[in-house]
Design a protein around this ligand. Structure first.
Ligand code: IZC
Ligand code: ZN
Length: 410
């Protein structure tokens, strides 16, 4: 006798399990089973495929008219931080840009102040609330960056909070050290970068990845290269915030350094995109950020795929440039602004996002952890289409229904 059967699934989304990220045209391939069945026992997938009555279980969920997919992976978030920056919205209305706000000591630096002032417990409670919101939206694998401490003590504080959340909820999390996220006002970028490189040794056991913000007025390509090499020497795989605002050649650097991911890439060069053909670096695209920064030009996702690149989609949830942790909304923005098809988008928020943060997630094959979502949606295209709301009806973690949304009123 099994624990749970989900029966009569209108559309069962089954991304392909692969060792390497899906690239180029592979992203358009997605197995969607009409009238599907999923069988779960002891937290694992026993069966996922076309309708069958061959299994019995203690509990049956009738998913008539619903879609089922693996739980989503949010591969880029700044989950743990103090404070908020709603006042920046009026600055933006007055035409002050993101980098100008940072230059004036606001932006990231104002979140640094709030994060330093917050106790570990306060940071935990705030991040916990937002992590639970993500889970309610169907996400069970999350990457979480530091980067608002800008000194070892406070970076470690953020990383410990992130780790404690993983322990409390048992969901998959990856913790990224982003010490070089901004240059503190009392130092210069060279001195600060050296400090971050020294600090790698102290964070390498708690962090899974090392990341850097390579951008005009923040860290240069040369500095980023030096940092990435130092991190890899200590055994830390690297990520990079690359070509978010200005085209500095961050994508080329990520490929050269075999980064696990290169994130943002709105201003990535043609040469960088061409080089994707021979690279397994995942381009983590964050169109919610482009939307929130009010930019007209989005990352050239189609060009990346045409050059046989691997792409993933994530929220970039942070208090400045993308204040949403609703990955479903970002899927809608990806459909409209990155001109991705629904199938490409589903691969980009499941299997490829999993590759970008090195977690085993995004598939529902026999033996996989039973991490899945029952969507209140008749098909996979519906979720990016009906935008800005939460379609996750049930979120199932290791075979247990941990979220059950019912719109009935009290
Ligand atoms: O707090 O503004 N881009 N880092 C790089 C961010 C956005 C987060 C922030
Ligand atoms: Zn970021």
């Amino acid at each position: 006798m099994n624990d749970l059967i989900i029966q009569n699934i209108a559309e069962l989304i089954l991304p392909k399990k692969t060792d390497l990220p899906l690239k180029g045209q592979e992203l358009a391939e997605l197995n969607i089973v009409k009238n599907g069945t999923v069988v779960i026992n002891e937290g694992k997938i026993v069966y996922a495929g076309p309708h069958t009555d061959d299994y019995e279980a203690h509990e049956v969920i009738d998913a008539t008219g619903k879609t089922v997919s693996p739980s989503l992976v949010d591969a880029h978030t700044h989950l743990v931080h103090g404070g908020s920056r709603e006042h920046e919205m009026s600055l933006k209305r007055q035409g002050v840009s993101y980098l100008e706000i940072l230059e004036q000591g606001g932006g990231i630096l104002s979140t640094v102040k709030a994060t330093r002032e917050a106790s570990e417990d306060e940071l935990f409670k705030k991040a916990e609330h937002e992590l639970l919101r993500m889970i309610h939206h169907g996400v069970l694998s999350v990457e979480s960056k530091s980067g608002y401490g800008l000194d070892l003590e406070n970076e470690l504080k953020q990383l410990r909070v992130s780790k404690a959340l993983e322990e409390k909820y048992g969901i998959q999390m990856k913790h990224t050290y982003l010490g070089p996220h901004a240059v503190p006002k009392d130092t210069d970028s060279e001195t600060f970068l050296e400090q971050c490189i020294q600090d790698l040794d102290a964070v390498k056991d708690i962090a899974d990845f090392a990341d850097i913000f390579c951008e005009t007025g923040v860290f240069t390509i040369e500095q980023s290269r030096k940092y990435m090499i130092a991190a890899k020497e200590l055994g830390l795989p690297v990520k990079i915030h690359a070509d978010e605002i200005d085209p500095l050649g961050g994508l080329e650097l990520a490929i050269e350094q075999q980064a696990i991911s290169a994130d943002h890439l709105v201003a990535a060069s043609e040469a960088g995109k061409k080089a994707l053909a021979d690279s397994d670096t995942v381009c983590v695209l964050l169109p919610g950020t482009t939307f929130y920064l009010n930019k007209n030009e989005y990352a050239d996702a189609r060009g990346m795929l045409d050059n046989n690149g691997a792409i993933a989609i994530a929220t970039d949830y942070n208090p400045g440039s993308c204040v949403t942790n609703n990955l479903q909304l970002v899927m809608s923005i990806a459909a409209l602004k990155l001109k991705l098809t629904p199938k490409e988008i589903w691969n980009a928020v499941t299997v490829n996002a999993a590759k970008a943060i090195d977690v085993d997630a995004g598939t529902l094959e026999i033996g996989d952890a039973a991490n899945l979502v029952v969507w209140h949606a008749p098909n996979h295209e519906y979720i990016p289409y009906h935008y800005g709301v939460n379609h996750a009806e049930k979120v199932i973690h290791n075979g247990k229904v941990i979220v059950n949304h019912d719109l009935a009123l009290n």
